[in-house]
Structure formats: C-alpha cells, structure tokens
Design a protein around this ligand. Structure first.
Ligand SMILES: Cc1cc2nc3c(=O)[nH]c(=O)nc-3n(C[C@H](O)[C@H](O)[C@H](O)COP(=O)(O)O)c2cc1C
Length: 306
C-alpha cells in the first residue's frame, strides 16, 4: 500500500503470523528499496514480500533494478499488481521467488495462471484502491475464481475479520489479503488522523474516482474527492488526467505522513465500515484466528447438528 507498506508494517504483519508486504514503488529508487528490505530483515526473521505495481505511466520506474534488489536480498515472495507482470516473471521464477499476481477479474487471473504465476490475489469490487472496470463483488468473484483456477488464490477486498476469513474460505479461497484493515493498526507507520478517519468512516463513505479514465480507484470521500467528482461530471468524456492532477498527484505523503486528510484522493475500502478499533497486528490476527474457530465450531457445526 502506497506510503503505508513500509518495513515497520510488513515486519509487524509477518511477526504476527501473516505475510507482510513492502510497497516497492513507495521507495523512489532500487537503492531505497534495498535499504527498506534490509530494515525489514532486521525487524523480523519471518518471510515477507514486496509489492511491484505496474502502473499505466509514460516513463516506467526502474523495474529491473527493483527486481534485482528483491532477488539479491532473498525476498521469498513478490505481489505483482496492475499490468501483466510477464516482463519480470522469468527473473523472479529463476531465483525461486514466489509470485502472486493481484487481479480484479477471472480472465486476468487465468492469464496470470497461464504465464506461470504461483498464486493470485482476487480483488473484488469492494476493495480499496483499483477495483478494475468490471464491478464484480467478491460474493460472485471468489466462487467464479474457484471454479476456474488450478493455482491457489487469496480473497482480497472487504476482508476485515473472522467472518471475512471463514466466508472467503467457504467460497474457495485459500486465505485472505487485507489492505485497509492493516492501516488501522498500531504499527502502521501513518499519521494518527488516517487511522481515525478509517475508524470514523462507514461503508457508505468511499467513492469511485477516475472511472472516465478507465483507471478507477476507490477512495475515502473528503473535500478534494468531492471537488474531483464535480470536475469529472463537468468534463464528462473529455476528462483528461491533467484536469484532476491537483487532487490525485503526489498527495500520499501529505495524507499518510502529515495527516492532511483533505489533501487529495487516497485509496480506502468499503471495509472501513467494519473497522472500529486500532489493535496491534498481532492482536488483530490472533482475534481473527480465534473467532474463525468459534464461527466454524460454534455456529457452522451447529447447522450440521440441527
Ligand atoms: C492506502 C492504500 C494504498 C494502496 N496502494 C497500493 C499499491 O501501491 N499497489 C497495489 O497493488 N495495491 C495497493 N492498494 C490495494 C491493497 O494492496 C489491497 O489490494 C486492497 O486494499 C484490498 O482491499 P481492502 O482495502 O478492502 O482490504 C492500496 C490500498 C490502500 C488502502
């Protein structure tokens, strides 16, 4: 997660029993990512991953450089996202790095499987960030993915608690990926205002922006987002990225680090409506595992006995 997935959070998630992920592109250069990975290694002896997001930009970041430091540091898993990761896949596979590609549709998941990804992360319409353009929620997308895929997949988008986990497992997923939920944790290295905004938000408080540009993003509403939506409405199909640049470009440091909550559009999932506290990552994961067992043994087994 941009300006959230630093070593502190990745290490805390891995230490708590999950697979923490460092956001590769938040590190401006491969050398910065190298330092962040080394920092994370000093904070955990558990495996963690790195996210590489392939953006629709004119000047591509130094992806080969990022891949090089990932391999040199012996990182065990890479989460790719955005465009097709085919260009980096041979290098990662050759080095034994497991690749999990994040997809928002069954056809993209099948493509990821066909090109050799080890697993996929299936991101439903409710997810924070970029849900794609198909608008299929996880209640449909997960069983569809289970019907079609041979490789393992995790459910992503709208995952917050034991109910999410048990439901996702029931629909065929092999685990869950949480984004927004992990921002509202003690270890997330973001401004307290961001955590409080998530706790205060309901499931009605996200908006979809940049749909006319086919780069749809689910964000938390705020002054800048409402202004952006007015511009989108006014410009209609003539909207250009430059029309909304003020609301979307370079706003993450101001929001995540300075806590300026109206600075611009920042990704947030509908799952905010299920987030009411700021636990440690360990408290969160332990609670999910304990309550999942209670749901399965107490509630679900009860249905069989009835
Ligand atoms: C603040 C924020 C920043 C994100 N940045 C990225 C990113 O840089 N790359 C990426 O692949 N996904 C990014 N995501 C998406 C998450 O990795 C994850 O797929 C998504 O949050 C799951 O949905 P949820 O928020 O409902 O849990 C971001 C999400 C949030 C909330």
């Amino acid at each position: 997660m941009h300006y959230v997935g630093f070593a502190e959070l990745a290490a805390a998630v891995s230490n708590a029993g999950g697979l923490g992920i460092i956001t590769g592109l938040t590190q401006k250069t491969p050398e910065d990512l190298d330092a962040e990975i080394k920092k994370c290694k000093a904070m955990t002896d558990k495996p963690f991953g790195v996210n590489l997001t392939f953006l629709p930009v004119l000047t591509a970041p130094d992806y080969p450089g990022y891949v090089r430091v990932i391999i040199e540091n012996g990182v065990k898993a890479v989460e790719t996202a955005g465009n097709n990761p085919q260009s980096v896949l041979p290098y990662l596979k050759e080095a034994g790095v497991k690749v999990i590609h994040k997809c928002t549709s069954v056809r993209h998941a099948l493509k990821a499987q066909a090109i050799g990804c080890d697993a996929v992360s299936v991101d439903g319409f409710e997810c924070g960030g970029h849900p794609g353009e198909d608008d299929v929620p996880n209640m449909i997308l997960l069983p569809r993915a289970a019907d079609e895929l041979d490789i393992p997949f995790v459910a992503s988008g709208g995952q917050a608690d034991a109910r999410s986990l048990v439901a996702s497992l029931a629909m065929g997923a092999d685990g869950i990926n949480m984004g927004t939920r992990f921002i509202a944790t003690k270890e997330a290295p973001v401004h307290e205002n961001v955590k409080q905004a998530i706790v205060a938000a309901s499931e009605l408080d996200t908006r979809l922006v940049m749909r006319p540009l086919r780069n749809t993003e689910r964000v938390l509403t705020n002054e800048a987002v409402e202004k952006l939506l007015v511009i989108e409405k006014e410009k209609g199909k003539d909207l250009q990225f430059t029309d909304i640049i003020e609301q979307v470009a370079g706003v993450y440091p101001r929001i995540m680090m300075e806590g300026d909550m109206d600075a611009g559009a920042w990704s947030c999932g509908m799952v905010a409506g299920l987030i009411h506290d700021i636990p440690t990552c360990k408290e969160l994961i332990d609670r999910i595992m304990t309550e999942a067992e209670q749901i399965i043994r107490g509630r679900l087994e009860g249905f069989l006995a009835a």
